[in-house]
Ligand binder design. Sequence first.
Ligand code: FA5
Length: 326
Amino acid sequence: LKIIAETKIKSAHDLNTLKELKVKFLGKKGELTSVLRGMGGLSPEERPQVGALANEIRNRLESLISSKTEELEEEKLEKQLREQTVDVTLPGLPLTVGAIHPLQAIWEQMEDIFIGMGFEVAEGPEVETDKYNFEMLNFLKEHPARDMQDSFYINPEILLRTHTSSVQPRTMLAKEGEVPVRIICPGKVYRRDSDDATHSHQFMQIEGLVVDRGVSMSELKGVLLTFIQKMFGKETEIRLRPSFFPFTEPSVEIDIYDPQKGWLEILGAGMVHPRVLEKSGYNPEHYTGFAFGTGIERIAMLKYGIDDIRHFYNNDLRFLRQFQSE
Ligand code: FA5
Protein backbone atom coordinates (compact mmCIF):
# COMPACT_ATOMS: atom_id res chain seq x y z
CA LEU A 1 0.00 0.00 0.00
CA LYS A 2 2.74 2.40 1.00
CA ILE A 3 4.73 1.82 -2.15
CA ILE A 4 1.73 2.10 -4.47
CA ALA A 5 0.58 5.31 -2.77
CA GLU A 6 4.07 6.87 -2.87
CA THR A 7 4.51 6.14 -6.57
CA LYS A 8 1.11 7.52 -7.43
CA ILE A 9 1.59 10.69 -5.41
CA LYS A 10 5.02 11.35 -6.89
CA SER A 11 3.79 10.93 -10.42
CA ALA A 12 0.67 13.14 -10.02
CA HIS A 13 0.67 15.91 -12.65
CA ASP A 14 -1.97 18.23 -11.37
CA LEU A 15 -3.55 19.42 -8.17
CA ASN A 16 -6.88 17.69 -8.80
CA THR A 17 -5.32 14.24 -9.14
CA LEU A 18 -3.45 14.89 -5.93
CA LYS A 19 -6.64 15.78 -4.12
CA GLU A 20 -8.27 12.58 -5.32
CA LEU A 21 -5.29 10.51 -4.15
CA LYS A 22 -5.49 12.11 -0.71
CA VAL A 23 -9.12 11.04 -0.41
CA LYS A 24 -8.38 7.59 -1.79
CA PHE A 25 -5.64 6.77 0.73
CA LEU A 26 -6.17 9.02 3.74
CA GLY A 27 -9.88 9.94 3.56
CA LYS A 28 -12.55 8.57 5.91
CA LYS A 29 -13.24 5.71 3.56
CA GLY A 30 -9.66 5.61 2.37
CA GLU A 31 -7.47 2.56 2.14
CA LEU A 32 -5.26 3.30 5.12
CA THR A 33 -8.28 4.06 7.28
CA SER A 34 -9.79 0.70 6.45
CA VAL A 35 -6.50 -1.00 7.49
CA LEU A 36 -6.81 0.73 10.86
CA ARG A 37 -10.44 -0.28 11.14
CA GLY A 38 -9.49 -3.90 10.50
CA MET A 39 -7.17 -3.87 13.53
CA GLY A 40 -9.95 -5.26 15.74
CA GLY A 41 -9.25 -8.67 14.28
CA LEU A 42 -5.57 -8.63 15.29
CA SER A 43 -4.03 -10.17 18.40
CA PRO A 44 -3.11 -7.76 21.26
CA GLU A 45 0.61 -8.21 20.49
CA GLU A 46 0.22 -7.35 16.81
CA ARG A 47 -1.98 -4.32 17.36
CA PRO A 48 0.62 -1.73 18.58
CA GLN A 49 3.00 -2.77 15.84
CA VAL A 50 0.43 -2.48 13.05
CA GLY A 51 -0.89 0.78 14.61
CA ALA A 52 2.58 2.34 14.72
CA LEU A 53 3.26 1.27 11.17
CA ALA A 54 -0.05 2.65 9.94
CA ASN A 55 0.65 6.00 11.67
CA GLU A 56 4.10 6.15 10.18
CA ILE A 57 2.63 5.54 6.72
CA ARG A 58 -0.03 8.20 7.29
CA ASN A 59 2.61 10.80 8.31
CA ARG A 60 4.80 9.88 5.42
CA LEU A 61 1.96 10.13 2.89
CA GLU A 62 0.70 13.40 4.35
CA SER A 63 4.07 15.09 4.10
CA LEU A 64 4.54 13.69 0.64
CA ILE A 65 1.19 15.08 -0.47
CA SER A 66 1.84 18.52 1.01
CA SER A 67 5.28 18.85 -0.57
CA LYS A 68 3.90 17.66 -3.90
CA THR A 69 1.03 20.18 -3.59
CA GLU A 70 3.54 22.98 -3.06
CA GLU A 71 5.58 21.81 -6.02
CA LEU A 72 2.56 21.69 -8.31
CA GLU A 73 1.29 25.10 -7.18
CA GLU A 74 4.65 26.64 -7.88
CA GLU A 75 4.73 25.04 -11.30
CA LYS A 76 1.24 26.37 -12.04
CA LEU A 77 2.25 29.91 -11.05
CA GLU A 78 5.38 29.80 -13.15
CA LYS A 79 3.42 28.55 -16.11
CA GLN A 80 0.95 31.42 -15.68
CA LEU A 81 3.74 33.98 -15.50
CA ARG A 82 5.36 32.54 -18.57
CA GLU A 83 2.14 32.65 -20.57
CA GLN A 84 0.98 36.05 -19.41
CA THR A 85 4.06 38.16 -20.03
CA VAL A 86 3.24 41.64 -21.27
CA ASP A 87 4.79 42.73 -24.51
CA VAL A 88 5.67 46.30 -23.66
CA THR A 89 6.71 47.01 -27.23
CA LEU A 90 3.14 46.62 -28.57
CA PRO A 91 1.52 49.98 -29.45
CA GLY A 92 -1.12 51.08 -26.88
CA LEU A 93 -4.77 51.83 -27.54
CA PRO A 94 -5.41 55.53 -28.24
CA LEU A 95 -7.06 57.37 -25.34
CA THR A 96 -10.04 59.54 -26.16
CA VAL A 97 -9.45 62.97 -24.70
CA GLY A 98 -12.37 65.21 -23.77
CA ALA A 99 -12.63 68.89 -24.60
CA ILE A 100 -13.77 71.86 -22.56
CA HIS A 101 -17.30 72.79 -23.59
CA PRO A 102 -17.27 76.03 -25.65
CA LEU A 103 -19.62 77.74 -23.17
CA GLN A 104 -17.36 76.80 -20.28
CA ALA A 105 -14.36 78.13 -22.24
CA ILE A 106 -16.07 81.49 -22.87
CA TRP A 107 -17.26 81.67 -19.26
CA GLU A 108 -13.69 81.17 -18.00
CA GLN A 109 -12.24 83.63 -20.51
CA MET A 110 -14.77 86.29 -19.46
CA GLU A 111 -14.07 85.69 -15.78
CA ASP A 112 -10.33 86.11 -16.39
CA ILE A 113 -10.83 89.38 -18.28
CA PHE A 114 -13.02 90.90 -15.54
CA ILE A 115 -10.84 89.61 -12.70
CA GLY A 116 -7.98 91.38 -14.52
CA MET A 117 -10.00 94.61 -14.21
CA GLY A 118 -10.43 94.21 -10.45
CA PHE A 119 -13.81 92.43 -10.32
CA GLU A 120 -14.65 89.69 -7.83
CA VAL A 121 -16.85 86.70 -8.71
CA ALA A 122 -20.18 86.53 -6.84
CA GLU A 123 -22.86 83.85 -6.80
CA GLY A 124 -26.59 83.62 -6.32
CA PRO A 125 -29.29 80.92 -6.38
CA GLU A 126 -31.02 79.80 -9.57
CA VAL A 127 -34.25 79.21 -7.65
CA GLU A 128 -35.00 82.78 -6.65
CA THR A 129 -37.67 84.81 -4.92
CA ASP A 130 -39.81 87.46 -6.60
CA LYS A 131 -38.17 89.91 -4.19
CA TYR A 132 -34.65 89.61 -5.64
CA ASN A 133 -35.57 88.82 -9.24
CA PHE A 134 -38.08 91.70 -9.59
CA GLU A 135 -39.10 93.68 -6.52
CA MET A 136 -35.67 94.99 -5.43
CA LEU A 137 -34.90 95.75 -9.09
CA ASN A 138 -37.75 98.22 -9.37
CA PHE A 139 -40.04 96.09 -11.54
CA LEU A 140 -43.63 97.23 -11.10
CA LYS A 141 -46.13 94.58 -9.97
CA GLU A 142 -47.72 94.57 -13.40
CA HIS A 143 -44.47 94.36 -15.39
CA PRO A 144 -44.91 91.80 -18.20
CA ALA A 145 -41.78 89.83 -17.20
CA ARG A 146 -43.55 88.95 -13.94
CA ASP A 147 -46.28 87.33 -15.92
CA MET A 148 -46.64 83.55 -15.76
CA GLN A 149 -46.12 83.61 -19.54
CA ASP A 150 -42.50 84.70 -19.31
CA SER A 151 -41.09 83.10 -16.19
CA PHE A 152 -40.97 79.61 -14.73
CA TYR A 153 -42.79 79.93 -11.42
CA ILE A 154 -42.56 77.36 -8.65
CA ASN A 155 -45.21 79.18 -6.62
CA PRO A 156 -46.42 82.81 -6.71
CA GLU A 157 -43.36 83.95 -4.70
CA ILE A 158 -40.64 81.66 -6.05
CA LEU A 159 -39.37 81.25 -9.61
CA LEU A 160 -36.33 80.23 -11.64
CA ARG A 161 -34.37 83.46 -12.01
CA THR A 162 -34.94 85.16 -15.35
CA HIS A 163 -31.64 87.05 -15.23
CA THR A 164 -28.49 87.25 -13.13
CA SER A 165 -29.50 90.79 -12.13
CA SER A 166 -31.03 89.17 -9.01
CA VAL A 167 -27.48 89.01 -7.67
CA GLN A 168 -27.27 92.84 -7.67
CA PRO A 169 -29.50 93.42 -4.60
CA ARG A 170 -28.16 90.26 -2.94
CA THR A 171 -24.58 91.53 -3.23
CA MET A 172 -25.38 95.07 -2.13
CA LEU A 173 -27.31 93.88 0.92
CA ALA A 174 -24.46 91.55 1.88
CA LYS A 175 -21.99 94.47 1.63
CA GLU A 176 -24.14 96.48 4.08
CA GLY A 177 -23.44 99.85 2.49
CA GLU A 178 -19.70 99.35 2.07
CA VAL A 179 -17.91 100.45 -1.12
CA PRO A 180 -16.53 99.65 -3.58
CA VAL A 181 -18.85 96.96 -4.90
CA ARG A 182 -17.17 95.48 -7.97
CA ILE A 183 -18.50 92.06 -8.89
CA ILE A 184 -19.41 89.86 -11.81
CA CYS A 185 -21.80 86.94 -11.52
CA PRO A 186 -21.94 84.19 -14.14
CA GLY A 187 -24.76 81.65 -14.07
CA LYS A 188 -27.79 79.96 -15.56
CA VAL A 189 -31.08 81.76 -16.13
CA TYR A 190 -34.49 80.55 -17.35
CA ARG A 191 -37.25 82.06 -19.47
CA ARG A 192 -40.33 80.73 -21.15
CA ASP A 193 -38.91 81.64 -24.58
CA SER A 194 -39.56 79.22 -27.44
CA ASP A 195 -36.32 77.62 -28.54
CA ASP A 196 -35.05 78.80 -31.93
CA ALA A 197 -31.69 79.62 -33.53
CA THR A 198 -30.98 82.52 -31.15
CA HIS A 199 -33.21 81.77 -28.13
CA SER A 200 -33.06 79.07 -25.51
CA HIS A 201 -35.41 78.54 -22.53
CA GLN A 202 -32.31 78.07 -20.37
CA PHE A 203 -29.18 80.06 -21.08
CA MET A 204 -26.33 81.73 -19.24
CA GLN A 205 -25.59 85.32 -18.39
CA ILE A 206 -22.75 87.22 -16.82
CA GLU A 207 -23.83 90.13 -14.68
CA GLY A 208 -21.58 93.00 -13.69
CA LEU A 209 -22.11 95.55 -10.92
CA VAL A 210 -19.98 98.46 -9.75
CA VAL A 211 -21.05 100.83 -6.96
CA ASP A 212 -18.84 103.55 -5.51
CA ARG A 213 -18.54 107.31 -5.15
CA GLY A 214 -18.42 109.07 -8.52
CA VAL A 215 -18.94 106.03 -10.80
CA SER A 216 -19.81 107.33 -14.28
CA MET A 217 -21.24 106.24 -17.59
CA SER A 218 -17.84 106.75 -19.23
CA GLU A 219 -16.32 104.19 -16.87
CA LEU A 220 -19.07 101.75 -17.88
CA LYS A 221 -18.21 102.31 -21.52
CA GLY A 222 -14.47 101.94 -20.84
CA VAL A 223 -14.90 98.64 -18.93
CA LEU A 224 -17.15 97.13 -21.61
CA LEU A 225 -14.98 98.31 -24.51
CA THR A 226 -11.93 96.76 -22.82
CA PHE A 227 -13.83 93.51 -22.30
CA ILE A 228 -15.09 93.37 -25.89
CA GLN A 229 -11.71 94.16 -27.42
CA LYS A 230 -9.99 91.51 -25.27
CA MET A 231 -12.63 89.01 -26.34
CA PHE A 232 -12.98 89.86 -30.04
CA GLY A 233 -9.77 91.70 -30.94
CA LYS A 234 -8.35 95.22 -30.54
CA GLU A 235 -10.07 96.62 -33.61
CA THR A 236 -13.62 95.68 -32.58
CA GLU A 237 -16.02 98.62 -32.57
CA ILE A 238 -19.00 99.02 -30.24
CA ARG A 239 -22.11 101.16 -30.32
CA LEU A 240 -24.32 102.29 -27.42
CA ARG A 241 -28.04 102.57 -28.11
CA PRO A 242 -30.59 103.98 -25.66
CA SER A 243 -32.76 101.29 -24.16
CA PHE A 244 -34.92 100.60 -21.13
CA PHE A 245 -34.56 98.42 -18.05
CA PRO A 246 -36.50 99.17 -14.83
CA PHE A 247 -33.31 98.86 -12.75
CA THR A 248 -31.02 101.18 -14.71
CA GLU A 249 -31.37 104.84 -15.69
CA PRO A 250 -30.19 105.71 -18.26
CA SER A 251 -30.16 102.27 -19.90
CA VAL A 252 -28.25 101.23 -23.00
CA GLU A 253 -27.99 98.28 -25.31
CA ILE A 254 -24.50 97.61 -26.63
CA ASP A 255 -23.91 96.34 -30.16
CA ILE A 256 -20.67 95.11 -31.67
CA TYR A 257 -19.76 95.35 -35.32
CA ASP A 258 -19.38 92.09 -37.21
CA PRO A 259 -17.93 92.57 -40.73
CA GLN A 260 -20.26 89.88 -42.14
CA LYS A 261 -23.44 90.50 -40.19
CA GLY A 262 -23.26 94.20 -39.32
CA TRP A 263 -24.24 95.54 -35.87
CA LEU A 264 -25.23 92.84 -33.36
CA GLU A 265 -26.73 93.36 -29.92
CA ILE A 266 -24.76 91.62 -27.22
CA LEU A 267 -25.59 93.16 -23.88
CA GLY A 268 -27.78 95.40 -21.81
CA ALA A 269 -26.36 97.90 -19.35
CA GLY A 270 -26.88 101.22 -17.60
CA MET A 271 -26.41 103.34 -14.50
CA VAL A 272 -27.95 101.64 -11.45
CA HIS A 273 -31.37 103.23 -10.82
CA PRO A 274 -31.36 105.42 -7.66
CA ARG A 275 -34.33 103.47 -6.32
CA VAL A 276 -32.40 100.19 -6.65
CA LEU A 277 -29.46 101.66 -4.73
CA GLU A 278 -31.78 102.92 -2.05
CA LYS A 279 -33.70 99.64 -1.62
CA SER A 280 -30.36 97.86 -1.07
CA GLY A 281 -29.03 100.32 1.48
CA TYR A 282 -26.93 102.74 -0.60
CA ASN A 283 -27.77 106.44 -0.47
CA PRO A 284 -28.06 107.57 -4.12
CA GLU A 285 -26.98 111.06 -3.14
CA HIS A 286 -23.55 109.72 -2.19
CA TYR A 287 -23.12 106.72 -4.43
CA THR A 288 -23.61 105.86 -8.08
CA GLY A 289 -23.14 102.62 -9.94
CA PHE A 290 -23.34 100.86 -13.25
CA ALA A 291 -24.47 97.36 -14.19
CA PHE A 292 -24.43 95.20 -17.27
CA GLY A 293 -25.68 91.77 -18.30
CA THR A 294 -24.71 89.70 -21.28
CA GLY A 295 -25.60 86.27 -22.68
CA ILE A 296 -22.70 83.82 -22.69
CA GLU A 297 -24.19 81.81 -25.61
CA ARG A 298 -24.49 84.92 -27.77
CA ILE A 299 -20.83 85.83 -27.09
CA ALA A 300 -19.76 82.26 -27.88
CA MET A 301 -21.81 82.25 -31.10
CA LEU A 302 -20.09 85.43 -32.28
CA LYS A 303 -16.65 84.33 -31.19
CA TYR A 304 -16.84 80.91 -32.89
CA GLY A 305 -19.18 81.78 -35.78
CA ILE A 306 -21.94 79.40 -34.58
CA ASP A 307 -25.30 80.03 -36.23
CA ASP A 308 -27.62 78.07 -33.93
CA ILE A 309 -27.73 78.28 -30.12
CA ARG A 310 -29.18 74.75 -29.92
CA HIS A 311 -25.79 73.26 -30.92
CA PHE A 312 -24.52 74.08 -27.42
CA TYR A 313 -27.10 71.85 -25.77
CA ASN A 314 -27.48 68.92 -28.16
CA ASN A 315 -24.28 67.16 -27.05
CA ASP A 316 -23.43 66.18 -30.61
CA LEU A 317 -19.81 64.98 -30.45
CA ARG A 318 -19.15 66.14 -34.03
CA PHE A 319 -19.87 69.68 -32.82
CA LEU A 320 -18.07 69.41 -29.49
CA ARG A 321 -14.91 67.83 -30.95
CA GLN A 322 -14.27 71.00 -32.95
CA PHE A 323 -13.31 72.65 -29.66
CA GLN A 324 -10.72 70.03 -28.73
CA SER A 325 -7.87 72.54 -28.73
CA GLU A 326 -9.67 75.29 -26.81
C1 FA5 B 1 -31.40 91.38 -19.15
O1 FA5 B 1 -31.55 90.17 -18.82
C2 FA5 B 1 -30.89 92.38 -18.15
N1 FA5 B 1 -30.89 91.77 -16.83
C3 FA5 B 1 -29.50 92.82 -18.55
C4 FA5 B 1 -29.00 93.97 -17.77
C5 FA5 B 1 -28.19 93.79 -16.67
C6 FA5 B 1 -29.35 95.29 -18.13
C7 FA5 B 1 -27.74 94.87 -15.93
C8 FA5 B 1 -28.89 96.38 -17.40
C9 FA5 B 1 -28.10 96.17 -16.31
P1 FA5 B 1 -32.01 91.03 -21.67
O2 FA5 B 1 -33.33 90.39 -21.43
O3 FA5 B 1 -31.86 91.93 -22.83
O4 FA5 B 1 -31.54 91.84 -20.40
O5 FA5 B 1 -30.93 89.84 -21.78
C10 FA5 B 1 -29.54 90.11 -21.77
C11 FA5 B 1 -28.81 89.24 -22.77
O6 FA5 B 1 -29.15 87.85 -22.55
C12 FA5 B 1 -29.20 89.50 -24.22
O7 FA5 B 1 -28.45 90.54 -24.75
C13 FA5 B 1 -28.84 88.18 -24.85
O8 FA5 B 1 -27.43 88.14 -25.10
C14 FA5 B 1 -29.17 87.17 -23.80
N2 FA5 B 1 -30.47 86.51 -23.98
C15 FA5 B 1 -31.71 86.99 -23.69
N3 FA5 B 1 -32.66 86.10 -23.94
C16 FA5 B 1 -32.04 84.98 -24.40
C17 FA5 B 1 -32.46 83.67 -24.82
N4 FA5 B 1 -33.72 83.28 -24.78
N5 FA5 B 1 -31.51 82.79 -25.22
C18 FA5 B 1 -30.22 83.14 -25.23
N6 FA5 B 1 -29.75 84.34 -24.83
C19 FA5 B 1 -30.64 85.25 -24.42
